[in-house]
Design a protein around this ligand. Structure first.
Ligand code: 4AD
Ligand code: MG
Length: 428
């Protein structure tokens, strides 16, 4: 059995067997049926001519629906009218499953397609997104492996909140309250004392009612954490990782790059990425016509203004500690600020990374937990990490779907994941 992609490389006259699904089917007159057969590698046109095939083959071809599964056997013929310049002249055709009429046709509403997501993922656009996502995750982790990071798998069910505890999905864990994790950071921090450099790649859950093009209630989160790395080296790791993944993708997948039309968007993703301090970024927003006071956080509009000035991602550093998580290390030069960064993607895609140096001294961390209004008892084991052989360390979190949305320039984050979970969707 060949793949479609392989068949296209063979000369005219070769006999080929292929299997897959009916991508398109059309009867021409009384004696010809055109089937476009799809497999994971592509599509190829096949022609069944009534006079040239046994009666049962013709009868079967007539019964096929869009998305029926089948195998065909036939001869390759060059034909410039066929997509890709070749078609298969069918001799044999066996349905694997004819099934029922496929519910998805042209011009159906976004809602209908989301309700039928389990079927819609077969579409060419979705298939290409998932291929791209696969490769991008590979390149991200390949970079981390080359820098000595181990994959470290965290639990999904947890007790305390890594990001402060608001917006968590609660569940009944054998009679005890537990939560779906918001971030695996704290487990990654535990991991560095064994492995020095780790990353977690796991779902994070956010129960916030954000209905935007960039929020999911469940998303895949890549969270590297490294011992003996300060906030500046932490940013270098981020920009090198992002740059490596995009460059490898552009180099090795020209077909996908062309499908999404993204070559020009990523002309320059070489490090270093521009760095603005929080104050500089607020000033820039105001200069560009936005309206922001010091102490406020950037929303989507403000991020878009900032990133409009660049064609590669930009770092915003040293936020006021009041608007950031409790575990971030204070700036020794200004204790109102923290040694953190966000990475903002260009073209309005917004924040793709949040990272920081961590507070590594026990008393300091206890104090920040208190100031943030959190309960120390919820962070017992996390505090232990500062009690036994603590070391300076830093880490960051990249939202896989945000990254895929940016690299492929997608309109909506839900298309970056096969089965999106949003405020109003938990099916299929
Ligand atoms: O900025 P966040 O909330 O940071 C953390 O969770 C840290 N604990 C990460 C760390 O330092 N290990 O989330 C990090 C990233 C964001 O930059 C964004 O890319 C993504 O996670 N993200 C979301 N993606 C999709 N839907 C949401 N609701 C997201 N919230 C955050
Ligand atoms: Mg953030």
């Amino acid at each position: 059995m060949l793949k479609v992609e392989q068949a296209f490389k063979l000369p005219e006259g070769t006999e080929v067997s292929l299997r897959g699904w009916v991508y398109r089917i059309r009867k021409l007159g009384e004696n010809k049926i055109f089937i476009v057969l799809r497999d994971v590698t592509g599509t190829i046109q096949a022609v069944v001519v009534k006079e040239n095939v046994p009666a049962h083959v013709w009868a079967n071809a007539e019964k096929l629906y869009h998305e029926s599964s089948l195998t065909i056997k036939g001869t390759l013929k060059e034909d410039e009218r066929a997509p890709g310049g070749k078609e298969v002249q069918v001799q044999e055709l066996s349905p694997i499953s004819i099934g029922e009429p496929f519910p998805i046709h042209k011009d159906q509403s976004e809602e209908f397609l989301l309700d039928n997501r389990h079927l819609w993922i077969r579409s060419r656009k979705m298939t290409n997104i998932f291929k791209a996502r696969h490769h991008l995750i590979n390149y991200l982790t390949e970079y981390l492996h080359s820098k000595g990071f181990y994959r470290f798998d965290p639990p999904i069910i947890t007790t305390a909140g890594a990001e402060g505890g608001a917006d968590m999905f609660e569940l009944d864990y054998f009679g005890q309250k537990a939560y779906l994790t918001q971030s695996s950071q704290m487990y990654g921090e535990a991991g560095i004392f064994a492995l020095e450099r780790v990353y977690t790649l796991a779902p994070s859950f956010r129960a916030e009612k954000s209905r935007t093009r960039r929020h999911l209630a469940e998303y895949w989160h890549l969270e590297p954490e490294a011992a003996f790395v300060d906030w500046e080296e932490n940013m270098q790791i981020q920009e090198e990782m992002v740059s490596y993944a995009i460059e490898q993708f552009l180099q090795n997948h020209p077909d996908l790059v062309e499908f999404f039309g993204i070559k020009d968007l990523h002309k320059d993703v070489k490090p270093p990425f521009p760095r603005l301090t929080y104050y500089e970024a607020v000033d820039l927003v105001n200069k560009l016509g936005g309206k922001m006071e010091y102490g406020e956080d950037f929303g989507a509009d403000e991020e878009a203004l900032i990133s409009s000035q660049y064609n590669k991602p930009v770092f915003i550093t040293k936020y006021p500690k009041k608007i950031k998580a409790f575990y971030m290390k204070e700036d020794p030069n200004d204790p109102e600020l923290v040694l953190n960064n966000d990475m903002i993607a260009p073209y309005g895609h917004g924040e793709i990374i949040g990272g920081s140096e961590r507070i590594w001294e026990l008393e300091k961390l206890k104090q920040r937990i208190k100031e943030a209004g959190l309960k120390e008892e919820n962070y017992k084991w996390y505090l232990d990490l500062r009690r036994f052989g603590s070391v300076p360390h830093s880490g960051f979190g990249l939202g896989i779907e945000r990254f895929v949305k940016y690299v492929l320039n997608l309109d909506h984050i839900r298309d970056a994941v096969p089965f999106p979970r949003t405020v109003n969707r938990v099916y299929p």
